[in-house]
Design a protein around this ligand. Structure first.
Ligand code: KIV
Ligand code: ZN
Length: 536
């Protein structure tokens, strides 16, 4: 795929840097689901993982390369430190991709050289040249990052970038690894790179930045004004520590303020041509998917995708919006794919109406997924008179984003109140097909349910986060429960929706336990030698 440098290239690193968020562990299937949605969203590059880091990462990059990195699809990128084994693993994992990219990096700031790498500048220069050339021996499309570029002495940074380009790097990325820079300073750095690095016009300048001071998006916008053409970002801004620059904020800033940014890309201000390839109507759906699968909730006041981003609370604002939307709104909720929350279906709606509305909302379900979602829809419609688009979205996400069903919740029943001790009874079907029932007392009904489930599943874990959000207003609203639990060093998330929040809580917990259980099974399987390995 040819990338047009006259517009901004969106490089999504949700599956690599985003997955480095504390607790955001995704399994291979979940990564594939997100990668497919990123392709629908229209990102130019998907950084799918770090293949040398683990067998799971290798497999995820490989499957994404095969199933999403098709002809006409996005570039699939894999991260590699500047070492032979990392680059070989990246090249291997990327083999099925129609448009593969290897992204190799080495730190260049003095503090990293002295304490982390224990290398001299001359050594780093030599490694850069050698490893970019090595990556180039596998793929044409090579990206190079001088890690901690912002804190690197500029003259040395120019030298490293020059070497990388001479060795074949087609993109040079400037990371603000520690989220330290400020907008005007970062803009000036990008300009100085353009002015001081020989042959810089042979590569695309990319930016990557963390949000430790809350400035990542502002820094990137200033970088564009000074010549950067690729933005490395994540959905909902997730990522290492305070996260990365948020894709949805960058894209909507470029969309809403196109007239302001057009001239920096050599266009007349009034040009209508989009500045990115993103289908903005897919933003909301992608945000929800990433939040549901990672278990990382979006804060209500988060720009663009927060629950309050399009809500007007003050009477003066509501009055203004009713008179003319533009009095208090700079963008239309529908431009990010938020549908009007109108009543669409009810308990008499048939399968055809259900399927048609889902299609209109952009959901393409397999026959099996549609069947499951329809059963769930009927169950919800029995309890809730009016089903809105938001309810539908919650129902579908709940049905199709489920982890493998190893344990299945068959029954949950609680008794609680101000004069009784909260007690729960649960029945679970185990992976071997047995039905087991147990009961427990807890500090509250959810605690009692979780204790009862634990007695059946019997895998040690610590619940570290529990949250309930309602999808719509009203007493019969669907409640969405998101939980995260810890097992040793690893964190697993679970998500479920139901009009009964105790039932949703039980399902969310079983989902998280299924993820944990599957990971333990995989760990066991990885320990056993395969027949092929034994035969060698
Ligand atoms: O933050 C960082 O420096 C990185 C690099 C690997 C690009 O994530
Ligand atoms: Zn990073």
């Amino acid at each position: 795929m040819k990338i047009n440098p006259d517009r901004i290239i969106i490089f999504d690193t949700t599956l690599r840097d985003g997955e480095q968020s504390p607790g955001a562990t995704l399994n291979v299937e979940e990564k594939l689901t997100i990668a497919r949605q990123l392709a629908k969203l229209g990102v130019d590059v998907i950084e799918a993982g770090f293949p040398y880091a683990s067998a799971g990462d290798f497999e995820a990059v490989n499957k994404i390369a095969e199933q999403v990195g098709v002809e006409g699809g996005p570039i699939i990128c894999a991260l590699a430190r500047a070492t032979y084994h990392d680059i070989e693993a990246a090249a291997q994992a990327l083999k099925p991709a129609a448009h593969p990219r290897i992204h190799t990096f080495i730190a260049t700031s003095d503090i990293h050289l002295e304490y982390k790498l224990k290398k001299t500048r001359a050594e780093v220069l030599a490694i850069t040249e050698e490893m970019v050339s090595y990556a180039k021996s596998f793929v044409d499309d090579v990206e190079f990052s001088p890690e901690d570029a912002v804190r690197t002495e500029p003259a040395f940074l120019y030298e490293v970038l020059e070497k990388a380009i001479a060795a074949g790097a087609t993109t040079v990325n400037i990371p603000d690894t520690v989220g330290y820079t400020t907008p005007s300073e970062f803009g000036a750095l990008i300009r100085s790179i353009k002015e001081n690095v020989r042959n810089i016009d042979q590569a695309i300048i990319s930016v990557h930045g963390h949000n430790d001071l809350g400035l990542a998006v502002a820094n990137f916008l200033e970088a564009i004004k000074n010549g950067a053409r690729q933005l490395e970002c994540t959905i909902n801004g997730i990522g290492e520590r305070a996260g990365n620059a948020a894709l949805e904020e960058l894209v909507m800033a470029l969309h809403v303020r196109r007239q302001y940014f057009n001239p920096f890309l050599g266009r007349p201000p009034e040009s209508e041509e989009p500045l990115t390839n993103i289908d903005t109507r897919q933003i909301y759906k992608t945000s929800r998917l990433v939040s549901n699968l990672t278990g990382i909730l979006v804060q209500p006041n988060k720009a663009i995708v927060g629950a309050n981003a399009f809500a007007h609370e003050s009477g003066i604002h509501q009055d203004g919006v009713l008179k003319n939307r533009l009095t208090y709104e700079i963008m239309d909720a529908q431009s990010i794919g938020l549908t009007e929350n109108k009543i669409v279906l009810g308990k008499h709606s048939g399968r055809h109406a259900f399927q048609t509305r889902l299609k209109e909302l952009g959901f393409e379900l397999s026959e099996n997924e549609l069947n499951k979602a329809f059963v769930k829809f009927k169950a919800v419609a029995d309890k809730k008179k009016e089903i809105t688009d938001w309810d539908l979205e919650s129902i579908v996400n709940d049905e199709i984003q489920q982890p493998p069903e190893l344990f299945r919740l068959e029954l949950v029943q609680v008794s609680c109140g101000n004069h009784s001790r909260p007690t729960a009874t649960v029945t679970l079907r185990t992976p071997s097909g047995e039905e087991l029932t147990d009961a427990a007392i807890g500090t509250g009904p959810v605690d009692a349910v979780y204790r009862a489930i634990n007695r059946v599943v019997n895998v040690p874990n610590e619940l570290i986060e529990f949250s309930v959000q309602s999808v719509t207003a009203g007493i019969d609203a669907i409640g969405e429960v998101t939980i995260r639990l810890r097992h040793g060093e690893r964190i697993f998330s679970g998500h479920a929706a139901n009009t009964d929040i105790i039932v949703a809580s039980a399902h969310a917990y079983v989902n998280a336990l299924n993820r944990l259980y599957a990971a333990l099974q995989k760990q066991e399987a990885d320990k056993k030698p395969t027949t092929a390995a034994v035969a060698q």
